[in-house]
Design a protein around this ligand. Sequence first.
Ligand code: FAD
Length: 310
Amino acid sequence: MSMKPKYPVVSRRDFFKRGAVVGMGANTLAGQARAQARSGQIKFDHVANVVVVGAGASGLPAAIMACDQGASVIVIDANRDIGGHAIVSGGRIPLGGGTRLQKKYGIADSADQVYLDHTNFKNSEFRFGDRELIRMWANENAATFDFLLDNGVIFNDAPPTIVNGGSVPRLFVAKPYSDNLNETINGSPGSGLMRHLEASARKKGAAIFLRHKLTRILRENSKSGRVFGVTANLEGREVNIQARRGVVIATGGHTANVDFRRMFDPRLTEESRPQANLGPDRRPMASYWLWISALPSGRHRIRLTNAATP
Ligand SMILES: Cc1cc2nc3c(=O)[nH]c(=O)nc-3n(C[C@H](O)[C@H](O)[C@H](O)COP(=O)(O)OP(=O)(O)OC[C@H]3O[C@@H](n4cnc5c(N)ncnc54)[C@H](O)[C@@H]3O)c2cc1C
């Protein structure tokens, strides 16, 4: 099986390739041995290389990329259908940098221009943005948009428009999936995004388990050490799923969690209002904390804990 990624994936390549949820350091082997000892005591109902939690705008692309890199994938979602907030969203995709569709309409754009537009001091929304993150995002704009095209998303056949006060037209809007409200939920363009990603994920081999609500991340120790799977609640029953290589938490809503977001940017106090990013029941999510910190080697370390937020 080919493990070569088609798209630039920063350090996620290592994540899927080597199993990097926790302990990607000098003690990885020792950690694996201990994790195996502990995971041996658990009866697993399912097993996959990668377990993705949340079948929304983040989770399904993560699942597709893991499949693309040869991993077996299980996606779980608490809801009765895939899509999260994204399926009822406006399906407006403000990505540029020279996408295939921009080129089709004769629009010249570049990653540098995306970066400049999103760090412009005249734009009050962006002037305080984290330069490093915006640079990384700008670099991946075009590849991310083309990833959507490659995975079946269809956009309205109309030239893009200006978005976010930028200098170049970048905004394309997905075409609603169908006229059937059972498929689109509310007829929103977001359905055109999520149903095609769902189809692609399934076609590439991802198994999607609905009504599986994450209740626990299985770790070596109660709040530390290597992650080796998750426990989900399926109609009152506990289901244990082993993840041989990694767990991706994509449950959304984290920007509404003040404590969580302030770990990444202490300036984002209660006064900052996130847009449309509450979890199920319209509550801030992220009771499953995701820590990402740069390793000296330039790789990223990803650690997960299941510490509940206050
Ligand atoms: C009305 C509306 C319009 C929007 N319009 C746009 C737009 O036009 N363009 C744009 O870029 N953005 C738009 N957004 C924002 C966009 O939808 C979100 O930023 C995006 O969906 C976030 O993706 P996500 O994967 O983090 O979360 P979601 O897409 O919400 O996915 C999270 C998934 O995790 C599942 N989940 C949560 N907890 C658990 C658990 N414990 N166990 C298992 N599964 C769990 C949820 O059921 C859900 O399916 C809009 C949002 C809304 C609400």
